[in-house]
Ligand binder design. Structure first.
Ligand SMILES: [Zn+2]
Length: 114
């Protein structure tokens, strides 16, 4: 699975809307994927929200998502979600993932809630 550029940009925008910009690294999708694959714990909300979306996608959509499509191209978890549920589903997931990271950042003292 690999998030498409459009959904990646939506996730970054949602995290910026939650005022988490300063906790986000340059935000390259390949670097986030490497961090997740290596099992490295991070405070980076971009990596953590991406990881949460991947986990939810597997739970919701199933393990076919781990394989690529017929051309070998990796599936975008959010494009697949929209395809199988509704076009608004990915927007909701992105918003919820960003909100969750905001709550974590507040709880861990990385940001204040005002
Ligand atoms: Zn997508």
């Amino acid at each position: 699975m690999k998030m498409c550029v459009s959904h990646w940009d939506q996730l970054r925008a949602a995290l910026r809307a939650e005022k988490l910009s300063y906790l986000i690294s340059d935000g390259r999708i390949d670097e986030a994927a490497k961090t997740i694959e290596a099992g490295i714990e991070t405070i980076n909300p971009l990596v953590n929200s991406y990881s949460a979306i991947l986990a939810n996608a597997l739970k919701t959509g199933g393990y076919y998502l781990l394989m690529g499509d017929e051309t070998g191209k990796p599936y975008c978890p959010l494009c697949e979600l929209n395809k199988h549920y509704s076009k608004e589903a990915s927007k909701q997931w992105v918003k919820e993932a960003a909100k969750e990271q905001r709550i974590i950042a507040e709880k861990t003292g990385l940001i204040s809630d005002n």
